[in-house]
Design a protein around this ligand. Structure first.
Ligand SMILES: *[C@@H]1O[C@H](CO)[C@@H](O)[C@H](O)[C@H]1NC(C)=O
Ligand SMILES: *[C@@H]1O[C@H](CO)[C@@H](O)[C@H](O)[C@H]1NC(C)=O
Ligand SMILES: *[C@@H]1O[C@H](CO)[C@@H](O)[C@H](O)[C@H]1NC(C)=O
Ligand SMILES: *[C@@H]1O[C@H](CO)[C@@H](O)[C@H](O)[C@H]1NC(C)=O
Ligand SMILES: *[C@@H]1O[C@H](CO)[C@@H](O)[C@H](O)[C@H]1NC(C)=O
Ligand SMILES: *[C@@H]1O[C@H](CO)[C@@H](O)[C@H](O)[C@H]1NC(C)=O
Ligand SMILES: *[C@@H]1O[C@H](CO)[C@@H](O)[C@H](O)[C@H]1NC(C)=O
Ligand SMILES: *[C@@H]1O[C@H](CO)[C@@H](O)[C@H](O)[C@H]1NC(C)=O
Ligand SMILES: [Zn+2]
Length: 410
């Protein structure tokens, strides 16, 4: 099935009344309601080596259609491709907020020194944690579930080849999460992304190359968002309407560009710092475990009696997934509800395609009324998967870019 979308065209010269004036043209051979994943070691095994063996994905990838893996998405000539040029020209850039890309320090961090943090004219999250745009016609960020006593479950940085145990665990607990996928990873490990959708998780983009978005040019920001959405569409058949910037780094310029693509940012109000254990000086596994403990306690001490949270956590590696699994039973015990963000916000259509829908919060809660406050299956019990066993169609021989470094392969 080839799917083709064009936004309602607003004739050039007439004032663009809508913020959704951009022309996008994603195509996919995948029907999101009929995803099939082959019964092979890579999709079944819990042994990291077996899971990460090269596999041939079920589509033909033309390397000319994609940016270089893990490089800024304008790479490989993508900023002059016909599709990107058409998209870029469909946007009325005279309406973009007049904000310059932010600078970086020699150490590679954001340069906050020259910014007026007190007045925060750009609503720059990294400087002020601002999430309500100060400029017009920009989608505001979603930062917490509005339902009381609700844990908004989110995992960043997937998909990956070695995450079968984690997805099996979520499946066993009938637990859905919002998954923020990196475009380069989606192309590298398509079965991971296909499983994410098939399992009922809420898929959203997390940029192509995971750069600090406010430091990029308009073209680069657009390409990072566009090619990630295109990758998710290509592999799973759905076009996400949500995204999350790496390290939460966004301002009104980046938000405005995302809004042209109909994307709304989902941030968080609690950060486990799980990725940082043994990576950032001073952050240990105990630090992260204490964060989890505090956030869990907030579920039963009244902190979230009127609104819920959204918790930032990662699927990146074994350590972050183990934190998630070890803490899950206590999260379930201390919160009334643990749901993905689409569900907690009643966003039943989080994709452009309406063929895939998510339950409303009420539907989800009623379905699971008897077990809503119960505990989860313990991580140790995780083992089998009930994934389908169909075989997918053959594509041209394509060696998956494992570990995201074999850039030239696609
Ligand atoms: C943006 O989303 C709205 C609501 O789902 C939809 O009606 C509109 O067509 C979308 N526009 C684009 C450019 O995707
Ligand atoms: C594409 O990006 C490169 C590097 O940023 C730039 O030199 C070039 O002018 C851009 N091409 C177009 C068509 O904008
Ligand atoms: C849309 O996709 C078709 C088929 O791939 C292509 O021929 C066409 O140029 C694209 N249009 C735009 C605006 O990207
Ligand atoms: C709830 O627990 C959190 C984390 O331990 C703590 O910071 C907060 O002060 C507690 N709130 C109340 C009302 O006890
Ligand atoms: C993929 O997973 C492996 C093993 O868990 C991890 O070492 C690696 O960093 C992950 N790669 C990416 C790009 O997240
Ligand atoms: C992490 O590695 C340990 C030891 O190999 C294994 O027992 C555990 O299941 C792994 N966790 C995940 C989430 O894969
Ligand atoms: C979700 O929908 C239910 C039922 O209509 C409503 O009671 C609830 O307030 C909604 N929650 C949110 C966050 O929109
Ligand atoms: C929640 O509802 C679904 C769908 O009805 C059901 O399959 C599942 O077993 C329930 N979850 C739990 C944890 O009981
Ligand atoms: Zn990330």
């Amino acid at each position: 099935m080839v799917w083709n979308y064009q936004a309602a065209l607003i004739t050039l010269g007439i004032t663009a009344l809508s913020a959704q004036a951009a022309t996008t043209n994603y195509t996919s051979t995948v029907d999101p309601t009929k995803i099939t994943i082959p019964d092979i070691e890579q999709t079944k095994s819990h042994d990291p080596a077996a899971q990460c063996k090269y596999y041939q994905p079920p589509f033909t990838v033309n390397p000319k259609d994609w940016p270089t893996s893990w490089e800024i998405a304008t790479s490989n000539g993508m900023n002059s491709s016909a599709e990107f040029t058409a998209l870029y020209n469909s946007i009325d850039w005279t309406k973009a907020p007049n904000i310059q890309p932010k600078g970086m320090t020699a150490a590679g961090g954001l340069n906050l020194q020259s910014y007026d943090t007190v007045n925060d004219p750009d609503c720059w999250w990294s400087a002020s944690q601002c999430t309500k745009p100060k400029k017009a016609d920009i989608n505001p960020d979603i930062v917490q579930c509005l339902e009381p006593n609700t844990w908004g479950l989110t995992y960043d940085d997937g998909p990956n080849c070695s995450h079968n145990a984690f997805y099996d665990y979520l499946e066993q607990n009938n637990q859905k999460a919002s998954m923020f996928y990196i475009g380069s990873n989606v192309m590298g490990w398509p079965y991971g992304a296909m499983r994410g959708l098939k399992d009922g998780h809420h898929l959203a983009g997390h940029t192509w190359s995971h750069k600090l978005m406010t430091t990029l040019t308009n073209q680069e920001v657009l390409a990072e968002l566009y090619y990630t959405t295109k990758a998710i569409k290509f592999v799973t058949g759905v076009t996400p309407l949500h995204w999350r910037p790496a390290q939460g780094d966004l301002d009104d310029r980046v938000r405005w560009i995302a809004t042209q693509l109909n994307l709304t940012a989902i941030l968080w109000n609690l950060d486990t710092d799980d990725w940082a254990a043994n990576v950032v000086a001073g952050v240990t596994p105990e630090t992260v475990q204490q964060n989890y403990k505090n956030f869990i306690q907030m579920g039963s001490n009244g902190t979230f009696n009127t609104v819920g949270n959204i918790v930032l956590s990662h699927e990146i590696n074994n350590m972050t997934m183990d934190f998630a699994m070890q803490n899950y039973p206590e999260i379930k015990k201390n919160y009334k509800h643990v749901v993905d963000v689409a569900t907690c916000m009643n966003m039943t259509n989080p994709y452009v395609e309406k063929s895939i829908t998510y339950p409303t919060f009420e539907q989800q809660v009623n379905q699971n009324a008897s077990t809503a406050t119960g505990s989860g299956v313990s991580p140790a019990a995780s083992g089998s998967s009930s994934m389908g066993t169909q075989t997918t169609v053959n594509g041209a021989l394509f060696i998956a870019a494992l570990f995201g470094v074999a850039a030239s392969l696609f």
